[in-house]
Design a protein around this ligand. Structure first.
Ligand SMILES: Cc1cc2nc3c(=O)[nH]c(=O)nc-3n(C[C@H](O)[C@H](O)[C@H](O)COP(=O)(O)OP(=O)(O)OC[C@H]3O[C@@H](n4cnc5c(N)ncnc54)[C@H](O)[C@@H]3O)c2cc1C
Length: 390
């Protein structure tokens, strides 16, 4: 969407939200939990949502996508999450990988990957985090060297989501500039069946169908066109994926918070333990719920604002808004789920209500894809002009 700033979402977006919400309610929390407990992915939901075009709303129409913006894709993820089906793979596959390839892929790369991302028949994971680099992307050691017509990739990655269901991984590495010898960022599309590419699942205390993996890349040989776009534009490509990533992460958090808040409110209206007064009448419970409702709407507006700026082509302006939205959404997500657990008393931790597991999912939003502290660093330095400590 382009044009004037507005705090009212366009009609098509509102209709998209309603359609996705109705679709997701047929799956809901029980489906999500059952799949997660089986160690299985949300394959049915993903496939059906893909066929309906929900997972490729941001991919250009010429490749079979919806031709919309990140605001549309974020609305889809928020509604899925609010219905109890948050999936990290939406942050990764259509948002990060879809954006990077749409904006920077060569015509051949777009043709090869975008139609599959548009109907979600292709899933692409995204790998930047390394064991010895963590939040510091300048310390990445995954390196590609040129060997004739091929690239040879070596490195390790960690906490990479969804490699078990992915057809390919968009790997952030570095290449050596032949003239200067300097290492510069470069993105490679690595099909998961490439020889030398190995994965190992990390045991996590998260009840989620999205699994995390360590990746081992030992002399992974890739064709020349595995390198995304222009070799001189690696950093630009990487940054282009980051604002969509933060906007999507924020939307997943606000969706999880909406889900928890709705369940807490329903419970607080019904449950009575003193005479006939529902527990929701006690201000010790109603005020904290009202507070998170206010903060949730603030985070949602900030997220929509960030998406609007991004979709109107203002990458620089979107950066600050996307970081702030991601921070606000993660904070309110943690607080809302915590208050929802409190509202349900013992039932807050009973498996039947599913809020105990939501505590860890909510907690994740403060850590990934970018930690709370790294956002505060960004705002301290970029928005406030304060000096850097690291
Ligand atoms: C469930 C899950 C899914 C994930 N999926 C993916 C994925 O698909 N792809 C991918 O590439 N990565 C993924 N990640 C990795 C995630 O992005 C990182 O965990 C995150 O960026 C933090 O990096 P780290 O864990 O190495 O922490 P570290 O960088 O080691 O940081 C540890 C702590 O130190 C703080 N810290 C670090 N530097 C500073 C500083 N300068 N100032 C103040 N505090 C600082 C951090 O904020 C954090 O609190 C995932 C992680 C999880 C848990």
């Amino acid at each position: 969407m382009t044009g004037a700033m507005t705090f009212t979402e366009p009609t098509e977006r509102t209709e998209l939200r309603a359609a996705v919400s109705a679709f997701a309610s047929e799956y809901g929390q029980e489906y999500y939990r059952a799949r997660a407990k089986e160690g299985a992915y949300l394959t049915d939901l993903w496939k059906a949502a893909g066929e309906l075009g929900y997972l490729g709303v941001n991919i250009p129409e010429e490749y079979g996508g919806g031709g919309g913006g990140i605001g549309d894709l974020a609305a889809v993820l928020e509604e899925l999450s609010a219905a109890g089906c948050p999936t990290l793979m939406m942050v990764v596959s259509p948002a990060i990988c879809g954006t990077v390839l749409s904006r920077f892929g060569t015509p051949e790369q777009r043709q090869r990957w975008l139609p599959g991302l548009a109907d979600a028949s292709t899933i692409m994971a995204f790998a930047i985090t390394e064991p010895d680099a963590g939040s510091n992307a300048h310390r990445l050691t995954t390196t590609a060297r040129r060997d004739g017509d091929e690239w040879v990739l070596n490195g390790r990655k960690t906490f990479i989501s969804g490699v078990d269901v992915a057809d390919a991984v968009l790997v952030v590495g570095r290449i050596e500039d032949e003239r200067t010898g300097r290492l510069s960022a470069a993105l490679f599309v690595v099909p998961t069946d490439t020889p030398g590419f190995e994965k190992q699942q990390i045991e996590m205390d998260l009840l989620s169908p999205d699994h995390q993996f360590q990746l081992f890349m030992d002399d992974v040989r890739l064709p020349a066109d595995a390198l995304v776009g222009d070799p001189d534009a690696g950093l630009l490509q990487l940054f282009a994926g980051l604002n969509p990533e933060r906007i999507m992460a924020a939307s997943m958090s606000t969706g999880i918070a909406r889900n928890a808040l709705a369940r807490a409110v329903d419970y607080a209206k019904e449950r009575t333990v003193w005479r006939d007064t529902p527990i929701g009448a006690h201000q010790g419970l109603s005020h904290p719920l009202a507070q998170v409702k206010i903060e949730l709407e603030q985070a949602r507006i900030m997220t929509q604002f960030a998406a609007l700026r991004y979709d109107s082509g203002d990458d620089a302006g979107a950066g600050e808004a996307a970081n702030m939205a991601k921070y606000a959404a993660a904070e309110v997500c943690v607080r809302t789920v915590d208050q929802a657990v409190q509202t349900l008393g013992g039932n807050g931790l009973a498996s039947e209500y599913g809020l105990g597991a939501a505590l860890t999912s909510a907690r994740l939003s403060r850590i990934a894809p970018v930690s709370r502290e790294m956002i505060l660093n960004y705002v301290a330095q970029q928005s406030l002009g304060l000096p850097k400590s690291y």
